[in-house]
Design a protein around this ligand. Sequence first.
Ligand SMILES: [Zn+2]
Ligand SMILES: [Zn+2]
Length: 324
Amino acid sequence: MILRRRLLLSVLGLYLCGTAIAQTSQQVNGAVPLKKIRVTLLGTASGPRVHVGVAGISTLVEAGSERFLFDAGRGFMQRSVQAGFSMDGVTKLFLTHLHSDHVVDIPDLMLTPWSAAPGRKVPLEVWGPDGTRDMMRHLEEAFAFDIHVRRDVDENFSPDGIRVIAHDIREGKVYERNGVTVTALLVTHGLVKPSYGYRVDYARRSVALSGDTSPSDNLVAFCKGVDVLIHEAIDLDVLRKLVPSQGPFEAIVARHTTPEQAAGIFSRVSPRLAVFSHSPGTAAIVDQTKRSYSGRVEMGEDLMVIDIGDEVRVTRTAAEVRPR
Ligand SMILES: [Zn+2]
Ligand SMILES: [Zn+2]
């Protein structure tokens, strides 16, 4: 009898121990906790200019079983691997607009995860403004030699894995699966029309990305009360040094958002957290915003992770939540 009880206790002990190990490994692997949205800023640089040490604009959103990449700026793939994702971990890409700094590394996403063993086996799906389908078709043509050789001649990589399914979208709900919805909303980016922001909703949590925009009433209408708003901004002093002549300077200012204007947008949207990305990352941007906005504001940086649950938690190094 005592022996049986001991056996039972040790089996129970093993079971409990196993559960503890499972929980620990989930934490270690950095899987998204149930009913939360996790955002990883892969690249936060502003504009097309090369910034050594800062990747181009690119944001990864995980919600339930879904994982999305928003924009594919320079160097996002290295950041993605650095953040703990496998190379083929992203197969769904949403584009805010077709300015080069937002799309320049699409070939990396299209080709590298497919052509590095074991190789992506499922198509890459891309949503974006008018012109997205054409751009993706032309990219397939541009890389026709590599695709043909690796698929048909030499390495026999998956024909499905190099397929691209591209959508030219309209404003409204553009994706709905597994309890996750992605909504595209028109923003105002000068003559670059259409330009979109996006909102992701899952389990009553939400995050919105402004894309490139001047202050947008439409963004406010779509994003009021969102948990986290990731917004672009310019620093006028930094811009003045880069673009000294008045005409071009004013043209750039007119299609982006100043910190003061961002404060106005944040006041109207009232997010639990506002984060700047695709901005120069200067302290002045946050300081100027805080002059007329009292809510929580953070300056985004590459590999910052934002967990959206009962609390909105910011971790500045992805390795802390998703060790490699
Ligand atoms: Zn941009
Ligand atoms: Zn732009």
